[in-house]
Design a protein around this ligand. Structure first.
Ligand code: AMP
Length: 282
């Protein structure tokens, strides 16, 4: 396994593979890898001849008061895990190599990125679409693998790839959870033991919503209220709870089609997101 630090080295490696007729897959991450990331890496290895994992905590997707400085990092352990998974290249750019002092070009999606996390994290998705574009241009992948855990991110990336004709297939894999249901996240390491227990109410709320839908509830106000109650019972501070169309991310008043139930909440100092698909039958 090679560790490459510049876009030029990465492009050269990828061009050689492509000349040999080998397909290239990219798994973009911010590191501090867990089983969720590993599930993406394993799928990528099945789909392509070559697998690149990028590890980059992207400063431009963090707001000025957010956790860029304290975001968990352990590059040595991440590289060991990637080696064990049979990754071909870890692309590990430095911040200075990614963003010149006078960097002035941005990629911005202007619809799907505006609600949900985009509302409470202005500029976040502009950072995401810009860095994913840069990663695509460095790795030159045939496909890239993302997690449904970040449902809005996948919707924004799909839209960007369609609108800007990126020749990259987007694959999205289900959320990997801890045994008790908590969605795996690098940020979980910052939860105290008590907050870790309280955080379970997010998954509990999603499960409650699924039961209500099974029982025939179709008004999204009722579903939102039930999830809100589940979070309030643990004094978890809600950022948003919304039932939206999975592609446009526009809010739905009535569950007349499969919908995305998306939640963001603060558990102590840690902002967590989770989601599920609600499937009305009949
Ligand atoms: P991150 O390192 O958190 O930016 O995530 C990198 C990629 O891993 C993104 O595509 C995420 O959606 C995905 N991911 C993060 N957590 C999970 C999880 N629990 N299950 C599946 N994929 C995940």
């Amino acid at each position: 396994m090679r560790v490459l630090a510049t876009a030029q080295e990465m492009q050269e490696a990828s061009r050689i593979w492509r000349r040999q007729g080998e397909t290239v897959g990219l798994v973009p991450t911010m590191g501090f890898l867990h089983e969720g990331h590993l599930s993406l890496i394993r799928r990528c290895r099945k789909l392509t001849a070559r697998t690149v994992v990028s590890i980059f905590v992207n400063p431009t997707q963090f707001g000025p008061t957010e956790d860029y400085e304290t975001y968990p990092r352990d590059t040595g352990r991440d590289c060991d895990l990637c080696r064990r998974e049979g990754v071909d290249v870890v692309y590990l750019p430095t911040t200075a190599s990614m963003y010149a002092d006078d960097h002035s070009t941005w990629v911005e999606e202007s619809s799907v990125s505006k609600g949900l996390c985009g509302r409470s994290r202005p500029g976040h998705f502009r950072g995401v679409t810009t860095v994913v574009t840069k990663l695509f241009n460095a790795v030159l992948p045939d496909l890239a693998v993302f997690g449904q855990k970040d449902a809005q991110q996948t919707a924004v990336i799909r839209r960007m790839v369609r609108d800007l004709n990126f020749p990259v297939d987007i694959h999205v894999l289900p959320t990997v959870r801890e045994a008790d249901g908590l969605a795996m996240s690098s940020r979980n390491v910052h939860l105290s033991a008590a907050d870790r227990r309280r955080a379970l109410c997010i998954h509990g709320g999603l499960e409650r919503a699924r039961v209500l839908v099974k029982e025939g509830i179709r008004e999204t106000d009722q579903i939102n209220a039930a999830v809100r109650d589940a979070l309030a019972a643990e004094s978890v501070h809600v950022d948003y709870i919304e039932v939206v169309d999975p592609n446009s991310l526009k809010p739905l008043a009535c569950l007349d089609r499969p919908a995305l139930l998306a939640v963001a909440a603060w558990v102590g100092d840690v902002r967590l997101i989770d989601n599920c698909i609600l499937q009305p039958e009949g």
